[in-house]
Design a protein around this ligand. Structure first.
Ligand code: AMP
Length: 108
């Protein structure tokens, strides 16, 4: 499902350009516009969820799909050994600004 007003849904549909670094059937990853570290990617499900708090219990496998993609990219790009961090901002109080579930992946 897509949300017509959602900027990340538009990135999934390639209506807005982004620096895509990974894509499979379920997940898309692209470069953050305002990188906080040398590597700063956003991993999103192609299906729209407003946030982590909005995933129905029976659809939590999407988190596994996201982290499997993160693991693959960290290995392919060679920073799995040196290390990286992931972050999920959830809700306004959690610092979330874009309301399409995403995981930040950052590495030096
Ligand atoms: P959050 O605070 O977790 O919602 O983070 C949203 C992130 O999305 C921020 O780090 C923004 O820099 C990033 N962002 C917003 N719009 C775009 C875009 N069109 N392409 C890439 N990154 C974006």
């Amino acid at each position: 499902m897509k949300n017509a007003d959602c900027i990340f849904c538009k990135i999934v549909d390639k209506k807005i350009a982004s620096g895509i670094v990974f894509e499979n059937e379920k997940i898309l990853a692209f470069k953050d516009l305002n990188p906080k570290m040398r590597v700063h990617y956003l991993f999103i499900p192609k299906v729209h969820y407003d946030s982590l708090a909005h995933i129905p219990p029976q659809e939590m496998a999407v988190m596994s799909d996201l982290y499997a993609a993160i693991k693959q990219v960290s290995e392919n790009e060679g920073f799995a050994q040196s290390g990286y961090k992931t972050q999920i901002n959830t809700g306004r109080g959690g610092g979330q600004e874009v309301f399409h579930l995403h995981v930040h992946l950052m590495a030096t």
